[in-house]
Design a protein around this ligand. Structure first.
Ligand SMILES: [Ca+2]
Length: 338
């Protein structure tokens, strides 16, 4: 009855994939109830002979900066391709790191953007955007278009823009980086969180990479945010604003690269590409270490399988062809045998 007939084959495939991946692992404290949860799930599999992948694996997609290079252009040629590719991924959720169209923000543009994503919405996949600088200017329009999807649990004055939501075994925090960083709200959210995977996303990078208006314009707030995300068990902050793919590990100086938070810039959904980058901002306690930079379009798929999260950057290899270009994973400590 157990294992499933395909189990061994699947395990071998995963094992061979693992060997090819670059990795980072953490040493976060293991949440006791999580261990109990997985024990219970394991027993359930054993008793019922359920197939683990089908029961636990799920994925989400992140991309941003879909705006074209022309005023009023919402569905440019690259974004058109990415919508098709993302829908084909069949993710459980999509997160979008802002800049839907060239600004100023307006309801007519937000409506056009959701229409452009019709293929994703009609597949039953919810899409959660945060605002970029080009989306500012029509708060009521934003709330009218996205208010039925974005949870209204944000801090005072930021409802509809900053939010938190959970899916399966993950907590997601969407930040409106054009409002003050809501540190008290964030602390309250993570204080009650018991889910093992924690991800945050916003438009502006926390650490300067190209644009100079990163979150380090307010260093104490940025530092407090980064520490809170790390303390909550966060492993990655997704953002946009800079028009390229850029993966940075923020070395915290404790000698262990495996417990560092990563910043992943995904301004790659259609805006004109740039290639200049340097870590010239206020980096405070952290040393940015470039893991990968690529001036190319694409999106990131994150697959969650129990305590393991596998990140895959899919870049545009040719028109309408998006293929893996970088992959890495972590496993929640205490579950490495997964
Ligand atoms: Ca470290």
């Amino acid at each position: 009855m157990f294992p499933h007939p395909g189990w061994k084959l699947r395990m071998r495939r995963r094992g061979s994939t693992r060997a090819a991946l670059s990795t980072y692992h953490d040493r976060m404290p293991t949440v006791a109830h999580t261990k109990l949860g997985w024990l219970l799930v394991g027993l359930w599999w054993t008793v019922l002979g359920a197939e683990p992948d089908a029961e636990t694996a799920w994925k989400f997609v992140v991309t941003g900066d879909s705006r074209g290079s022309r005023q009023q252009e919402v569905l440019g040629p690259v974004f058109r391709e990415i919508v098709v590719a993302v829908a084909a991924e069949r993710p459980a959720l999509v997160f979008f790191t802002g800049d839907l169209a060239i600004g100023p923000g307006a309801r007519v543009k937000f409506d056009a953007w959701t229409n452009a994503l019709a293929r994703v919405y009609t597949a039953g996949i919810p899409v959660y955007p945060v605002r970029g600088n080009h989306d500012l200017g029509d708060d009521a329009g934003w709330r009218a278009v996205f208010g039925s999807v974005i949870p209204s649990n944000g801090p005072p004055g930021q409802q509809g823009f900053t939010f938190a939501l959970t899916h399966r075994n993950a907590l997601f925090i969407g930040l409106d980086t054009y409002s003050p960083l809501p540190l008290k709200w964030l602390e309250a959210i993570v204080a009650t969180n018991r889910l093992p995977h924690v991800f945050a996303f916003g438009h502006q990078p926390a650490f300067q990479t190209d644009h100079m208006d990163a979150l380090d314009m307010d260093v104490p707030a940025r530092d407090a945010f980064w520490k809170a995300l790390k303390k909550a068990g966060g492993r990655a902050y997704f953002c946009g604003h800079d028009h390229f793919y850029h993966h940075t590990r923020l070395d915290d100086g404790d000698g262990n690269p495996d417990n560092d938070l990563h910043q992943i810039i995904l301004g790659t959904a259609g805006a004109p590409l740039r290639d200049r980058w340097r870590y010239a901002g206020e980096n405070s306690l952290w040393t940015p270490v470039c893991v990968r930079h690529e001036s190319q379009y694409g999106y990131m798929v994150v697959e969650i399988h129990g305590p393991k999260a596998t990140f895959t950057w899919k870049h545009r290899a040719a028109p309408a062809s998006y293929v893996p270009a970088e992959s890495f994973f972590y496993v929640i400590p205490g579950n490495e045998a997964e």
